[in-house]
Design a binder for this molecule. Structure first.
Ligand code: ADP
Length: 293
């Protein structure tokens, strides 16, 4: 009406409840362009997805800033304490050790944010190639061996051949490391963490089973969210960032797979990463794929 009366293009934003369930908003931008003979052209753009992505990004930046504040604030306070205690060697080493823990947390967080950023980039599988999972599992196990040894946790790996996937080696290894590191961090000393890699039809399953503290059923849906921790105080002790499992889920989904969890408090947890299996067909000239840079 306004466009017709004024003869000028008008732009309005409208938010309506999304049919048919009327849950969630549908953000529309409506442009009314007056034409000849009392006709008005309506151009309607759906901005819901754009707005949702912008909100997620805003949220993420707010969360990261908040998470960075804690270790940075602690380092500032500890350095003041260090200066004040310069004549007391015992106190100096005590504060210096605490500073090391805080800087490690800071560097974990920065590394996780970099990993997540890369995973959510334009082309998350830029360097995809055939990846032999048993080899990656071996290397992920070696990466966490020090942490396991420190708690006398036994690592048992079983990997079946024919467990190849087509994807990014580094991403898959990061995902395996994250799940393994959690299994160790949330388990008591003298327990076992078992990792198995085996093909199951068109997919390959990587299963990491621990005998740790477990996760309450009500929390199982939420642990894959960014910055979500079941017990924030405990996670702080383990140096966790709350980003590990969201990285795992992103990696699996980028590869066309997913991640599942089973857990019982006091009994342990089992994380299963499912990735589409790479099967070389007889006509397939896979060397052209493998040689891709
Ligand atoms: P964090 O860096 O805190 O470990 P994650 O995203 O890796 O963050 O995990 C989210 C939360 O899920 C953890 O804080 C922890 O409470 C819970 N969790 C993850 N793995 C396990 C596990 N194997 N056993 C028990 N709890 C776990």
């Amino acid at each position: 009406m306004a466009a017709r009366a004024s003869g000028e293009t008008t732009v309005t934003s409208v938010s309506i409840l999304r049919p048919p369930l009327r849950t969630g908003d549908w953000d529309l931008r409506v442009r009314a362009i007056p034409l000849d003979f009392d006709w008005v052209l309506l151009v309607i753009d759906d901005l819901s997805e754009e707005n949702r992505v912008a909100a997620v990004r805003r949220d993420f930046i707010a969360n990261v800033s908040h998470e960075l504040k804690t270790p940075v604030g602690a380092v500032a306070l500890l350095s003041e304490a260090l200066v004040a205690a310069r004549d007391d060697p015992k106190a100096v080493s005590h504060f210096a050790e605490k500073m090391q823990i805080e800087t490690e947390r800071l560097s974990n967080l920065i590394q996780d944010v970099i990993d997540l950023g890369r995973l959510q980039g334009e082309d998350p599988l830029e360097n995809a190639r055939v990846v032999p999972l048993p080899e990656i599992a071996d290397s992920a196990v070696e990466f966490v061996r020090g942490a396991a040894d420190a708690k006398n946790i036994t690592l048992a790996l079983s990997a079946a051949p024919d467990s190849d996937v087509f994807g990014e080696r580094d991403q898959i290894e990061t995902a395996m490391r994250n799940v393994l590191a959690n299994a160790i961090a949330y388990s008591s000393p003298h327990t076992q963490v078992a990792i198995s890699v085996r093909p199951n039809g068109a997919i390959v399953e990587i299963t990491v089973r621990d005998q740790g503290i477990g996760i309450p059923e009500t929390e199982l849906d939420r642990i894959f969210e960014r910055f979500y921790r079941v017990d924030a105080a405990r996670s702080r002790v383990t140096g966790g960032t709350g980003l590990g499992l969201s990285i795992v889920r992103n990696v699996c989904r980028n590869h066309g797979g997913d991640v599942q969890v089973w857990s019982a408090p006091g009994e342990g947890s089992t994380f299963t990463l499912q990735l589409p299996r790479y099967q070389k067909s007889s006509q397939d000239n896979s060397s052209s794929i493998e040689e891709k840079p």
